[in-house]
Design a protein around this ligand. Structure first.
Ligand code: ADP
Ligand code: TRP
Length: 330
Protein backbone atom coordinates (compact mmCIF):
# COMPACT_ATOMS: atom_id res chain seq x y z
CA UNK A 1 0.00 0.00 0.00
CA UNK A 2 1.35 3.45 -0.82
CA UNK A 3 2.29 5.63 2.10
CA UNK A 4 0.58 8.99 2.40
CA UNK A 5 1.78 11.95 4.45
CA UNK A 6 0.55 15.48 4.92
CA UNK A 7 0.39 18.22 7.51
CA UNK A 8 -1.12 21.60 8.24
CA UNK A 9 0.42 24.46 10.19
CA UNK A 10 -1.30 25.45 13.44
CA UNK A 11 -1.43 29.08 12.43
CA UNK A 12 -5.17 29.50 13.10
CA UNK A 13 -8.56 27.82 12.83
CA UNK A 14 -8.97 25.40 9.89
CA UNK A 15 -11.24 26.74 7.17
CA UNK A 16 -13.21 25.60 4.13
CA UNK A 17 -10.15 26.08 1.86
CA UNK A 18 -8.09 23.69 4.01
CA UNK A 19 -10.95 21.22 3.89
CA UNK A 20 -11.43 21.38 0.11
CA UNK A 21 -7.71 21.45 -0.73
CA UNK A 22 -6.25 19.09 1.83
CA UNK A 23 -8.47 17.45 4.44
CA UNK A 24 -10.97 15.96 2.05
CA UNK A 25 -8.10 14.21 0.28
CA UNK A 26 -6.86 12.83 3.61
CA UNK A 27 -10.31 11.32 4.18
CA UNK A 28 -10.49 9.85 0.66
CA UNK A 29 -7.03 8.30 0.91
CA UNK A 30 -7.79 6.95 4.38
CA UNK A 31 -10.94 5.34 2.97
CA UNK A 32 -8.82 3.81 0.19
CA UNK A 33 -6.84 1.97 2.89
CA UNK A 34 -3.54 3.76 2.26
CA UNK A 35 -0.97 3.82 5.01
CA UNK A 36 -1.53 7.27 6.48
CA UNK A 37 0.55 9.84 8.39
CA UNK A 38 -1.11 13.17 9.14
CA UNK A 39 0.49 15.68 11.47
CA UNK A 40 0.34 19.22 12.84
CA UNK A 41 3.30 21.30 11.61
CA UNK A 42 4.11 23.04 14.90
CA UNK A 43 7.76 23.80 14.08
CA UNK A 44 6.69 25.32 10.80
CA UNK A 45 4.23 27.58 12.59
CA UNK A 46 7.05 28.73 14.85
CA UNK A 47 8.64 30.45 11.85
CA UNK A 48 5.99 33.16 12.21
CA UNK A 49 4.10 32.61 15.50
CA UNK A 50 5.26 34.54 18.57
CA UNK A 51 2.39 33.82 20.96
CA UNK A 52 3.06 30.53 22.83
CA UNK A 53 -0.47 30.19 24.20
CA UNK A 54 -1.98 30.68 20.75
CA UNK A 55 0.43 28.13 19.24
CA UNK A 56 -0.41 25.58 21.93
CA UNK A 57 -4.16 26.09 21.53
CA UNK A 58 -4.11 25.99 17.72
CA UNK A 59 -1.99 22.82 17.71
CA UNK A 60 -4.48 21.06 19.95
CA UNK A 61 -7.45 22.38 18.00
CA UNK A 62 -6.17 21.04 14.69
CA UNK A 63 -5.84 17.56 16.18
CA UNK A 64 -9.42 17.75 17.48
CA UNK A 65 -10.59 18.98 14.07
CA UNK A 66 -8.75 16.23 12.17
CA UNK A 67 -10.62 13.72 14.31
CA UNK A 68 -13.92 15.58 13.97
CA UNK A 69 -13.60 15.61 10.16
CA UNK A 70 -13.21 11.83 10.30
CA UNK A 71 -9.54 10.91 10.50
CA UNK A 72 -9.46 7.61 12.34
CA UNK A 73 -6.47 6.97 14.61
CA UNK A 74 -6.82 3.24 13.97
CA UNK A 75 -6.04 3.90 10.29
CA UNK A 76 -4.02 7.13 10.37
CA UNK A 77 -1.04 8.02 12.54
CA UNK A 78 -1.98 11.47 13.85
CA UNK A 79 0.84 13.37 15.55
CA UNK A 80 2.43 16.69 16.32
CA UNK A 81 5.66 17.48 14.46
CA UNK A 82 7.69 18.37 17.56
CA UNK A 83 6.93 14.96 19.10
CA UNK A 84 9.03 13.34 16.36
CA UNK A 85 12.56 14.73 16.87
CA UNK A 86 13.96 12.51 14.09
CA UNK A 87 12.40 14.98 11.64
CA UNK A 88 14.60 17.87 12.75
CA UNK A 89 17.66 15.63 12.70
CA UNK A 90 16.85 14.63 9.15
CA UNK A 91 16.33 18.28 8.23
CA UNK A 92 19.99 18.92 9.12
CA UNK A 93 21.20 16.03 6.98
CA UNK A 94 19.14 17.37 4.07
CA UNK A 95 20.28 20.96 4.59
CA UNK A 96 23.86 19.81 3.99
CA UNK A 97 22.98 18.71 0.44
CA UNK A 98 20.65 21.64 -0.25
CA UNK A 99 22.05 24.37 -2.53
CA UNK A 100 21.03 27.81 -1.28
CA UNK A 101 19.59 28.41 -4.75
CA UNK A 102 16.77 25.94 -3.92
CA UNK A 103 15.65 28.19 -1.08
CA UNK A 104 16.17 31.39 -3.07
CA UNK A 105 13.63 30.27 -5.63
CA UNK A 106 10.95 29.19 -3.08
CA UNK A 107 7.94 31.45 -3.56
CA UNK A 108 6.45 30.85 -0.11
CA UNK A 109 9.40 32.66 1.53
CA UNK A 110 8.93 35.71 -0.67
CA UNK A 111 5.17 35.59 -0.05
CA UNK A 112 5.66 35.58 3.71
CA UNK A 113 8.05 38.54 3.54
CA UNK A 114 5.59 40.37 1.31
CA UNK A 115 2.93 39.78 3.98
CA UNK A 116 5.17 41.55 6.47
CA UNK A 117 6.66 38.59 8.37
CA UNK A 118 10.24 39.17 9.46
CA UNK A 119 12.94 37.26 7.63
CA UNK A 120 14.43 34.49 9.79
CA UNK A 121 16.50 31.45 8.91
CA UNK A 122 13.66 29.08 9.87
CA UNK A 123 11.37 30.77 7.39
CA UNK A 124 14.11 30.65 4.75
CA UNK A 125 14.79 26.93 5.21
CA UNK A 126 11.12 26.04 5.77
CA UNK A 127 11.06 23.76 2.68
CA UNK A 128 13.95 21.64 4.04
CA UNK A 129 11.99 20.89 7.21
CA UNK A 130 8.96 20.09 5.07
CA UNK A 131 11.12 17.71 3.01
CA UNK A 132 12.21 15.99 6.22
CA UNK A 133 8.55 15.60 7.29
CA UNK A 134 7.86 13.81 4.03
CA UNK A 135 11.06 11.76 3.66
CA UNK A 136 11.28 10.58 7.29
CA UNK A 137 8.36 8.13 6.94
CA UNK A 138 9.29 7.46 3.27
CA UNK A 139 5.97 8.83 1.96
CA UNK A 140 4.96 8.06 -1.63
CA UNK A 141 2.05 10.49 -1.91
CA UNK A 142 1.63 13.97 -0.42
CA UNK A 143 -1.94 15.32 -0.69
CA UNK A 144 -1.89 19.13 -0.66
CA UNK A 145 -3.40 22.23 -2.22
CA UNK A 146 -1.82 23.89 -5.27
CA UNK A 147 0.25 26.37 -3.29
CA UNK A 148 2.30 23.52 -1.80
CA UNK A 149 3.36 21.87 -5.05
CA UNK A 150 6.68 23.71 -5.21
CA UNK A 151 7.58 22.40 -1.75
CA UNK A 152 7.00 18.83 -2.86
CA UNK A 153 9.17 19.45 -5.93
CA UNK A 154 11.95 20.72 -3.66
CA UNK A 155 11.50 17.60 -1.52
CA UNK A 156 11.94 15.41 -4.57
CA UNK A 157 15.05 17.30 -5.64
CA UNK A 158 16.57 17.00 -2.16
CA UNK A 159 15.85 13.27 -1.97
CA UNK A 160 17.42 12.70 -5.39
CA UNK A 161 20.41 14.82 -4.48
CA UNK A 162 21.05 13.04 -1.19
CA UNK A 163 20.69 9.65 -2.88
CA UNK A 164 23.06 10.74 -5.63
CA UNK A 165 25.70 12.48 -3.54
CA UNK A 166 25.97 9.60 -1.10
CA UNK A 167 25.47 6.87 -3.69
CA UNK A 168 22.52 5.45 -1.79
CA UNK A 169 18.84 4.70 -2.29
CA UNK A 170 17.73 5.68 1.19
CA UNK A 171 14.96 8.04 0.17
CA UNK A 172 11.73 7.16 -1.57
CA UNK A 173 10.93 9.86 -4.15
CA UNK A 174 7.48 11.27 -3.30
CA UNK A 175 4.86 12.90 -5.51
CA UNK A 176 2.15 15.43 -4.71
CA UNK A 177 -1.57 14.79 -5.10
CA UNK A 178 -4.08 17.56 -5.74
CA UNK A 179 -7.78 17.31 -4.90
CA UNK A 180 -9.59 15.93 -7.98
CA UNK A 181 -11.34 19.22 -8.85
CA UNK A 182 -8.47 21.22 -7.42
CA UNK A 183 -9.61 24.77 -7.06
CA UNK A 184 -8.30 27.44 -4.76
CA UNK A 185 -11.31 28.51 -2.73
CA UNK A 186 -11.84 32.24 -2.42
CA UNK A 187 -12.47 33.84 0.96
CA UNK A 188 -15.22 36.32 1.85
CA UNK A 189 -13.26 39.12 0.12
CA UNK A 190 -12.73 37.15 -3.11
CA UNK A 191 -8.97 36.63 -2.49
CA UNK A 192 -7.57 33.14 -1.77
CA UNK A 193 -9.12 31.91 1.48
CA UNK A 194 -6.22 31.87 3.95
CA UNK A 195 -5.73 32.00 7.70
CA UNK A 196 -3.36 34.89 7.22
CA UNK A 197 -5.81 37.04 5.26
CA UNK A 198 -8.61 37.10 7.86
CA UNK A 199 -11.09 36.12 5.14
CA UNK A 200 -11.84 32.52 6.11
CA UNK A 201 -15.02 30.59 6.73
CA UNK A 202 -14.88 28.19 9.67
CA UNK A 203 -17.05 25.09 9.15
CA UNK A 204 -17.34 24.70 12.92
CA UNK A 205 -18.55 28.21 13.71
CA UNK A 206 -21.82 28.57 15.66
CA UNK A 207 -24.84 28.96 13.40
CA UNK A 208 -25.58 32.61 14.07
CA UNK A 209 -22.10 34.05 13.52
CA UNK A 210 -21.61 31.61 10.62
CA UNK A 211 -24.67 32.96 8.89
CA UNK A 212 -23.49 36.51 9.49
CA UNK A 213 -20.07 35.63 8.09
CA UNK A 214 -21.60 34.16 4.93
CA UNK A 215 -23.81 37.22 4.49
CA UNK A 216 -20.61 39.31 4.38
CA UNK A 217 -19.21 37.54 1.27
CA UNK A 218 -18.40 40.19 -1.31
CA UNK A 219 -20.39 40.11 -4.55
CA UNK A 220 -21.00 42.40 -7.50
CA UNK A 221 -24.08 44.62 -7.53
CA UNK A 222 -26.37 42.51 -9.73
CA UNK A 223 -29.99 42.52 -8.56
CA UNK A 224 -32.35 39.64 -7.82
CA UNK A 225 -33.75 39.45 -11.33
CA UNK A 226 -30.39 39.80 -13.18
CA UNK A 227 -28.63 36.77 -14.64
CA UNK A 228 -25.33 36.19 -12.84
CA UNK A 229 -22.00 34.60 -13.72
CA UNK A 230 -21.29 31.73 -11.29
CA UNK A 231 -17.61 31.52 -12.30
CA UNK A 232 -16.81 34.99 -10.98
CA UNK A 233 -18.91 34.63 -7.82
CA UNK A 234 -17.20 33.60 -4.56
CA UNK A 235 -20.45 32.20 -3.12
CA UNK A 236 -20.86 29.82 -6.04
CA UNK A 237 -17.20 28.80 -6.11
CA UNK A 238 -17.19 28.01 -2.40
CA UNK A 239 -20.46 26.09 -2.77
CA UNK A 240 -19.05 24.02 -5.64
CA UNK A 241 -15.80 23.43 -3.72
CA UNK A 242 -17.72 21.83 -0.87
CA UNK A 243 -20.62 20.08 -2.63
CA UNK A 244 -18.62 19.03 -5.72
CA UNK A 245 -19.18 20.10 -9.31
CA UNK A 246 -21.44 17.18 -10.21
CA UNK A 247 -23.67 17.47 -7.17
CA UNK A 248 -27.31 18.19 -8.13
CA UNK A 249 -27.34 21.11 -5.68
CA UNK A 250 -24.40 22.71 -7.50
CA UNK A 251 -26.14 22.27 -10.86
CA UNK A 252 -29.36 23.71 -9.43
CA UNK A 253 -27.48 26.74 -8.10
CA UNK A 254 -25.76 27.30 -11.47
CA UNK A 255 -29.13 27.11 -13.22
CA UNK A 256 -30.57 29.76 -10.89
CA UNK A 257 -27.61 32.07 -11.55
CA UNK A 258 -28.26 31.75 -15.28
CA UNK A 259 -32.01 32.19 -14.98
CA UNK A 260 -33.14 33.70 -11.64
CA UNK A 261 -36.82 33.18 -12.51
CA UNK A 262 -36.29 29.43 -12.04
CA UNK A 263 -36.26 30.16 -8.32
CA UNK A 264 -39.35 32.37 -8.11
CA UNK A 265 -41.04 35.10 -10.19
CA UNK A 266 -39.13 37.75 -8.17
CA UNK A 267 -35.82 36.11 -9.01
CA UNK A 268 -32.77 34.76 -7.21
CA UNK A 269 -30.34 37.13 -5.53
CA UNK A 270 -27.00 36.76 -3.78
CA UNK A 271 -28.85 36.64 -0.44
CA UNK A 272 -30.59 33.46 -1.60
CA UNK A 273 -27.26 32.00 -2.74
CA UNK A 274 -25.71 32.77 0.66
CA UNK A 275 -28.63 31.07 2.39
CA UNK A 276 -28.09 27.99 0.16
CA UNK A 277 -24.40 27.96 1.13
CA UNK A 278 -25.32 28.23 4.81
CA UNK A 279 -27.62 25.22 4.52
CA UNK A 280 -25.00 23.27 2.58
CA UNK A 281 -22.37 23.86 5.27
CA UNK A 282 -24.69 22.77 8.08
CA UNK A 283 -25.66 19.68 6.13
CA UNK A 284 -22.19 18.70 4.91
CA UNK A 285 -20.43 19.31 8.22
CA UNK A 286 -23.28 18.28 10.53
CA UNK A 287 -21.68 15.02 11.70
CA UNK A 288 -18.25 16.66 12.07
CA UNK A 289 -19.77 19.51 14.09
CA UNK A 290 -21.34 17.15 16.61
CA UNK A 291 -18.25 14.91 16.84
CA UNK A 292 -16.12 17.97 17.52
CA UNK A 293 -18.16 18.99 20.55
CA UNK A 294 -17.72 15.51 22.08
CA UNK A 295 -13.98 15.42 21.31
CA UNK A 296 -13.36 18.80 22.92
CA UNK A 297 -14.65 17.37 26.17
CA UNK A 298 -12.27 14.40 26.09
CA UNK A 299 -8.73 15.76 26.24
CA UNK A 300 -7.43 12.47 27.70
CA UNK A 301 -8.41 10.75 24.47
CA UNK A 302 -6.58 13.39 22.41
CA UNK A 303 -3.40 12.76 24.45
CA UNK A 304 -3.73 9.06 23.79
CA UNK A 305 -4.18 9.56 20.04
CA UNK A 306 -1.11 11.79 19.83
CA UNK A 307 1.06 9.43 21.84
CA UNK A 308 0.17 6.46 19.64
CA UNK A 309 0.58 8.53 16.45
CA UNK A 310 4.00 9.86 17.44
CA UNK A 311 5.04 6.30 18.35
CA UNK A 312 4.18 5.05 14.86
CA UNK A 313 5.84 7.99 13.13
CA UNK A 314 9.01 7.71 15.21
CA UNK A 315 9.35 4.01 14.55
CA UNK A 316 9.55 4.55 10.78
CA UNK A 317 11.51 7.82 11.03
CA UNK A 318 14.21 6.20 13.18
CA UNK A 319 14.90 3.63 10.49
CA UNK A 320 15.22 6.30 7.81
CA UNK A 321 17.47 8.56 9.87
CA UNK A 322 19.69 5.63 10.80
CA UNK A 323 20.13 4.76 7.13
CA UNK A 324 20.73 8.38 6.12
CA UNK A 325 23.37 8.87 8.83
CA UNK A 326 25.13 5.70 7.84
CA UNK A 327 25.07 6.67 4.15
CA UNK A 328 26.68 10.01 5.02
CA UNK A 329 29.41 8.42 7.14
CA UNK A 330 28.04 9.17 10.58
P1 ADP B 1 -3.48 28.95 5.03
O1 ADP B 1 -3.20 29.65 3.71
O2 ADP B 1 -4.87 29.20 5.48
O3 ADP B 1 -2.45 29.27 6.10
P2 ADP B 1 -2.14 26.45 4.91
O4 ADP B 1 -0.98 27.06 4.20
O5 ADP B 1 -1.96 26.03 6.32
O6 ADP B 1 -3.40 27.41 4.75
O7 ADP B 1 -2.63 25.20 4.05
C1 ADP B 1 -2.96 23.92 4.54
C2 ADP B 1 -3.43 23.08 3.36
O8 ADP B 1 -4.69 23.61 2.85
C3 ADP B 1 -2.46 23.10 2.18
O9 ADP B 1 -2.44 21.82 1.57
C4 ADP B 1 -3.05 24.16 1.27
O10 ADP B 1 -2.69 23.97 -0.07
C5 ADP B 1 -4.56 23.97 1.48
N1 ADP B 1 -5.28 25.23 1.28
C6 ADP B 1 -5.13 26.37 1.99
N2 ADP B 1 -5.95 27.36 1.56
C7 ADP B 1 -6.64 26.83 0.52
C8 ADP B 1 -7.66 27.35 -0.37
N3 ADP B 1 -8.11 28.59 -0.24
N4 ADP B 1 -8.14 26.53 -1.32
C9 ADP B 1 -7.68 25.25 -1.44
N5 ADP B 1 -6.74 24.71 -0.64
C10 ADP B 1 -6.21 25.47 0.32
N1 TRP C 1 3.79 23.86 4.36
C1 TRP C 1 2.52 23.21 4.55
C2 TRP C 1 1.41 24.30 4.55
O1 TRP C 1 1.66 25.45 4.83
C3 TRP C 1 2.44 22.43 5.84
C4 TRP C 1 3.38 21.28 5.83
C5 TRP C 1 4.52 21.15 6.59
C6 TRP C 1 3.29 20.11 5.03
N2 TRP C 1 5.11 19.96 6.34
C7 TRP C 1 4.40 19.30 5.39
C8 TRP C 1 2.38 19.67 4.07
C9 TRP C 1 4.61 18.07 4.77
C10 TRP C 1 2.62 18.44 3.45
C11 TRP C 1 3.73 17.66 3.81
O2 TRP C 1 0.30 23.97 4.28
Amino acid sequence: MPRVLSGIQPSGQLHLGNYAGAIRQFLDLQAAQHEMFVFVASYHALTTQRDPAALRAATRQIVVDYLAFGLDPAKTAIYVQHDVPEVTELAWLLSCVCPTSFMDKAVSYKDKLAKGFSANVGLYTYPILQAADILAPQADIVPVGKDQVQHIEITRDLALRFNHEFQTAVFTIPGHRLAPDAEVLPGIDGEKMSKSYGNTIDPFQEEKPLRKRLMSIKTDSKGVSDAKDPETCSIFRIFRGIAGKDDPRTRDLAAKYADPSRHSPEGFGYGHAKQALFELILDHFGPARSRRAALMADQGYIDQVLKAGAGKARAVAQITVQKARAAAGL
